[in-house]
Design a protein around this ligand. Structure first.
Ligand code: ATP
Ligand code: ZN
Length: 285
């Protein structure tokens, strides 16, 4: 039987959240400390532990079928991989930064400047789209020290809090792109592999839906059941169970976590008591 090969980062900012994604879907995985290829014992996938920068090429060459990587790395790779899901973790942005003392009046600043970056393709395109030609210097690490050692006039790098820029005497002046973790796939998967991918996506979506929703239980006077059912949306309609106490019922439903706080005063106004809100582990719609 076919198995789907999924490339994830071996060790870095994406690793833990990528592994959690499988754990939450009840897919057992092994870590990549001792092995490059780690088969799951209970789902037809093999994890391939790689450096994040290598993931696009491995998928393009069909050594891996699917990968989890930063949008920044995907875009920089200029490969034709299809995005199958935005995963919402490892959020960061790619910024242009210049020495703090410099006056900045707009993108024209970068005309003819030397810019150090690990993302030459992204930066070149960003500037060309705005009619700016600059000298892009690709360097592979510690981009933020380039201006201090005279290697560049500016940098383009990933920023999450800005403290690294600050401590290197730089200031952020343009956001080039925002990034999050993506699940990408080779556009030509076999039907068997595509089916495994869809099964995986189904599980991921059930976990996501569960995170967004809570199971709610509350005691309500029978006279208020109808009014309360109308304000509680529920998946179909709420479950109503009689309580031992005469004239009261227990009402169960599912509510969106964000809506819950808006609902609560309204529920209490209708005499609801003993409200319990419980997490949901999986939710199949
Ligand atoms: P590798 O050894 O695999 O090449 P790396 O050093 O290139 O690792 P990491 O620093 O682990 O990569 O970052 C991986 C990805 O996580 C980045 O490509 C980016 O999408 C995202 N990322 C980077 N920095 C941050 C941050 N400060 N906050 C959130 N996400 C980040
Ligand atoms: Zn990397």
């Amino acid at each position: 039987m076919e198995r789907l090969k999924i490339a994830i980062q071996k060790s870095g900012r994406l690793t833990e959240d990528s592994q959690n994604l499988f754990n939450e879907c009840s897919i057992e995985i092994q870590d990549g400390k001792r092995q490059l290829l780690a088969p799951s014992p209970n789902f037809p996938i093999d994890l391939l532990y790689l450096r994040d920068d290598d993931i696009p090429q491995y998928i393009e060459d069909a050594v891996a079928d699917v990968g989890i990587l930063g949008e920044n790395v995907w875009l920089e790779s200029q490969t034709q991989l299809r995005i199958v899901k935005r995963l919402g973790f490892s959020k960061c942005r790619l910024c242009l930064a210049i020495p703090r003392g410099e006056k900045y009046e707009g993108i024209d600043y970068f005309r003819g400047k030397r810019i150090a970056t690990t993302y030459p393709n992204i930066v070149k395109k960003f500037l060309l789209d705005r009619g700016i030609e600059a000298e892009i210097h690709e360097i592979s690490g510690s981009v933020e020290i380039a201006p201090n050692i005279g290697l560049a006039d500016a940098i383009c790098d990933i920023v999450s809090t800005g403290s690294t820029l600050m401590s290197n005497g730089l200031k952020e002046v343009e956001t080039v792109m925002r990034s999050e973790a993506l699940m990408v796939a080779n556009p030509n998967l076999s039907p068997e592999k595509e089916a495994i991918l869809q099964k995986l996506l189904f599980r991921i979506e059930a976990v996501e839906a569960a995170k967004r929703n809570k199971y709610i239980l509350l005691n309500v006077p029978n006279t208020e059941i109808e009014a309360i059912c109308n304000i509680l949306p529920g998946m179909k309609s709420p479950t109503v169970l009689p309580l031992a106490k005469e004239g009261w019922s227990s009402l169960h439903s599912v509510v969106n976590e964000e809506k819950f706080w808006e609902l609560i005063d309204n529920l209490k106004a209708h005499g609801a008591e003993g409200i319990l809100v419980v997490p949901i582990e999986k939710m199949i719609l």
